[in-house]
Write a protein that binds this ligand. Sequence first.
Ligand code: BTN
Length: 361
Amino acid sequence: MPFLTSLRSLSLRFSLPPKKSLHPLALSPAASAMELQPPCFLVICGKSSKEKELARCLKDNHALKLPGVPELSILLHSESEEPVEEGCFRISSFFDSLATARLGRLLIWSPRLPSTHDIVSQNFCELPIGAACVADVQFKGRGRLNNVWQSPRGCLTFSFTIQMDDGRVVPLVQYVVSLAVTEAIKDVCHKNGIPYLDVRIKWPNDLYLNGLKVGGILCTSTYTSKKFNVSAGIGLNIDNEKPTTCLNEVLQKLTSVAYRLQKEDVLAAFFNKFEKFFDLLINEGFQPLEKLYYATWLHSGQRVIVQEKDGEQFVEKPVTIQGLTSSGYLLAVGEDSQLCELHPDGNSFDYFKGLVRRKLT
Ligand code: BTN
């Protein structure tokens, strides 16, 4: 089958160094950059025959677009052979561990993409709800506040779609995503009999291990036809020691066992957890998840300083974090026992700098 060779040869090209014979001055900068960049392609796959059929329709209808990548090649997993190179996502292994009813069952994989978030958010209406995109490498990974998310090989980078009716719970979904990531890591550690990695949530959407950031969550949404279309994106340093540290580096220091966490296992465990948590959020709100969330975040009882305007002057007031308010901001109590909601001032990358308080009655 022609596809058997096409996927393998395309992915093999990524490990080749740039052509030595290409003199940098021989081409214009734009042309030489294009020459050195391998093309982007997507492999679409489904867990069951229903999603496999959907994958075929998406391919046949040329339904997926990626602005800035005019020639986006689409392959079907069923027509191609899985690449065997180290670090390539193993789709079959992921599907073997996936036990969801809706989420992650239609998967788009690419060895190299600008951003998985762009794929799902810009093709939201073409994709079934719960569709996911995972990339081995992103070259325009997006972080919050327009930051870049560095996405080298080894980092699990994926995005997926969900839909919500009730706008009041939309801001809380990012916390449920964070919690599902930390619980998925615990689950994989437990199943493989390895020490438990204590990944913690730094509000609102960072994941920390041993004081270093190892992951981040980006949720964006649009409102159409009375529905919130939410694209959730997660970056998790599983096997990439740069730019901070990664789960496997910490694991190796904890144990003499050679086992390393696999991206496919963590991703499947994530969807298995998140689907249950999401159903709870939709049907019962955040309350059933609160206890676990507070046991996992870093902030219970944390004292922070808020800036307050007193006439012409700014005064600093210490407050103690108690939890989350119903709208997803920090709930805190002041030294005067006054309950307040803490809002980021919107200027600082560190949410805990420049918090502003709104008194609650
Ligand atoms: C942050 O900490 O600022 C959030 C980072 C979110 C990164 C993920 S990686 C997968 C998805 N695709 C992107 O371009 N961004 C998100």
